[in-house]
Design a binder for this molecule. Structure first.
Ligand code: FPP
Length: 259
């Protein structure tokens, strides 16, 4: 399977898929379990989706695991969720390496405990030479945090005389985002039945295709991921151009959907 370029216009495997994994709490509640049981069940869905994305030849998969706003949840849930994420990652790391999956974290991880950060660091280091799918875990992440940080960095660069205000263009702003080295998401999937973005990758999803699934995250399977990608491949992406322009300048991208 060949890898894809930055902009897919039609019938192509998305290079970058972002996922808002929502509905763990409701999944648990519907079964009479504690909310944290939903998060535990959600880890299996993460594994299935990583496998499906890897199998399809997706290059980047960005998962919204813990938002800045999630810090406001009850302390026991915050602690349980972060512990689950860090422990699951460490447990899954050998499998990630076996499958050539590289792990990356985006977000304000200075807010995590030293122990969690060290555990994350071990997983990141262990997968650092993998060259297949890159999984970006958005942890203590929100778009407004990211955009504010970018603005502050550019103000500092200006104060230090490294840039002039007129040097600030879209490329410079993009270079200050946590996703600077990656193509923007082609496809954003949200599970759990709600149709909103919840402070996720607001800069990066300017032209992403959106896909909303009614399924709670723990019920979302590899086949559901493939179905979302299949629907994506049928959409025409115009990036503000006309249909005719898009057909005329379609990139030479042969990364068609196959499994
Ligand atoms: C949203 O459901 C989900 C989260 C806040 C956490 C997502 C985390 C996982 C699935 C575990 C990830 C693990 C790894 C290893 C990456 P919610 O609690 O907001 O559900 P609700 O909307 O039904 O209340």
């Amino acid at each position: 399977m060949k890898s894809s370029g930055n902009h897919n216009t039609s019938c192509k495997v998305p290079a970058h898929v972002a996922v808002i994994m929502d509905g763990n709490g409701r999944w648990a509640k519907a079964r009479g379990y504690e909310r944290t049981a939903g998060h535990v069940a959600g880890v299996d869905a993460v594994r299935y989706v990583i496998e499906a994305a890897s199998g399809l030849g997706v290059k980047y998969l960005t998962l919204y695991a813990f938002s800045t706003e999630n810090w406001n949840r009850p302390a026991e849930e915050v602690e349980a969720l972060l512990h689950l994420i860090v422990v699951s990652l460490e447990r899954e790391t050998p499998d990630l390496v076996r499958n050539n999956v590289r792990l990356n974290v985006i977000g304000d991880i200075d807010r995590l405990t030293d122990e969690s950060r060290e555990s994350l660091r071990r997983s990141l280091d262990a997968t650092s030479r993998c060259t297949g799918l890159q999984v970006n875990l958005a942890l203590s992440y929100s778009s407004r945090w990211e955009i504010t940080r970018a603005a502050r960095r550019m103000a500092e660069m200006a104060l230090e005389g490294k840039i002039r205000p007129e040097d600030i263009d879209e490329n410079l702003v993009a270079s200050q985002m946590t996703t600077a080295s990656m193509p923007d998401p082609d496809l954003l999937i949200r599970t759990g039945g709600d149709s909103r973005i919840s402070n996720f990758l607001l800069w990066q999803i300017a032209y992403s295709e959106l896909y909303f699934s009614p399924k709670y995250w723990p019920e979302f399977t590899g086949d559901d991921f493939v179905a979302a990608v299949e629907e994506f491949t049928g959409r025409e992406r115009r990036f503000g151009m006309t249909s005719e322009q898009v057909s005329a300048c379609a990139p030479n991208n042969t990364n068609t959907l196959q499994q």
